[in-house]
Design a binder for this molecule. Structure first.
Ligand code: NAP
Length: 324
């Protein structure tokens, strides 16, 4: 496992981190036994960064991680997230920051994160999520900075809203965040335009989420699969979305079939290929996935030729002029 500098801190994080959404719920059946085996295997293979959130199973993911880490001697950084107080998700352009992230709410919510994780301070706390409407008056980030100076949080930041990831660029330049969590994968390459270069310029840590586009970029789907009603993928892949994702993935598979990389390996290596990226956090829900995903760090880097060719597979899903 290789390690990279992480944000504004002196610490380093593993290139492959542990995405802990599914171990909290919303991804179909998940046993705690599988979750604990996945966490143990990931740590044994060099992972020192885990990403969770209040919202993953209403704190369940955090509680499993907190209990698990108590029994381990490895030094692991955990990133967790505070959602805005109840209201529109994602926050609308008309939401008031003082109503969604008041100081009282933020402090109480952080208390709950500390309790679930069984720690006295948080390594990373991200706001989950944000609207550009708050950029010129980021009062919530100022409150978090105050909590940082009190020693309650070590690094602060934002998990980008997927419809407007670039809204955080101003905040990096204004020195308001240490770390960001962004979607960056073979389909979603837009962050390469400005977000990632500005992260490099400002020394902002970058956590890459959804490197497999919620599973489709692993290349294991045929397009006719269905997900249970409690599984968030029944919504994400609603209608013909899975089929369309599979069609595009099949083209990538065919083009890179001789490259020596499997689809999961290609997807993870792509996500970690940008210099601005600190860690990529594939969702991991069992021992096998922990073994496969952690092994990717030590594989040879993608050649420039492969990286150039992968650029052709970016897919702007909000672009109606391009047709369906
Ligand atoms: N801030 C946010 O709003 C936000 C949103 C999404 C995610 N995240 C974070 O980012 C992490 C990663 O995103 P994600 O988990 O949503 O999606 P992802 O990483 O794109 O996909 C993860 C899923 O792919 C499957 N998988 C994992 N490794 C595999 C392998 N080697 N081969 C085949 N299948 C494999 C697993 O599901 P199956 O076994 O069921 O196929 C796994 O749950 C999350 O866990 C969470 O920590 C944050």
């Amino acid at each position: 496992m290789k390690y990279r500098k992480f944000g504004k801190s002196a610490s380093e994080v593993s290139e492959i981190g542990f995405g802990a959404w599914a171990i909290g719920g919303s991804w179909g059946e998940q046993s705690d036994k599988d979750s604990l085996e996945a966490l143990g295997t990931a740590l044994e293979n060099g992972v020192n960064f885990i990403d969770t959130a209040a919202g993953y199973g209403d704190g369940k993911s955090e509680r499993i991680i907190g209990e698990f880490l108590k029994s381990r001697s490895e030094k692991v950084q955990v990133c967790t997230k505070t959602p805005p107080a109840p209201g529109k998700w994602p926050p609308s352009p008309y939401c008031k920051i003082e109503e969604r992230y008041s100081e009282k709410y933020l402090r109480e919510n952080v208390e709950e994160r500390l309790k679930n994780l069984q720690v006295e301070s948080l390594d990373v706390l991200l706001l989950h999520t944000w609207t550009r409407a708050w950029n010129d008056n980021p009062s919530a980030l100022k409150i978090l900075q105050q909590m940082k100076s009190e020693g309650i949080i070590k690094q602060i930041g934002i998990s980008t809203p997927e419809h407007d990831q670039n809204c955080v660029i101003q905040l990096m330049r204004d020195g308001m965040v240490d770390v960001l969590q962004v979607i960056y994968n073979i389909f979603e390459q837009e962050p390469a335009a400005q977000l990632l270069p500005v992260a490099l310029e400002t020394g902002t840590g970058i956590i890459v989420r959804v490197a497999f586009d919620e599973g489709v970029l692993t290349g294991k789907y045929r397009g006719n699969e269905s997900f249970g009603p409690g599984d968030f993928r029944s919504n994400y892949f609603a209608g013909d979305r899975l089929e369309r994702g599979v069609r595009r993935t099949e083209k990538i598979k065919k083009e890179f079939g001789e490259s020596g990389y499997s689809m999961p390996q290609l997807a993870l290596k792509f996500a970690m290929s940008h210099e601005a990226v600190s860690t990529v956090i594939p969702g991991i829900r069992n021992r096998n996935q922990a073994l496969q995903n952690t092994a990717v760090s030590d594989l040879p880097e993608l050649s420039n030729e492969i990286l150039q060719k992968l650029r052709e597979h970016s897919w702007n899903r909000g672009f109606w002029y391009g047709g369906k």
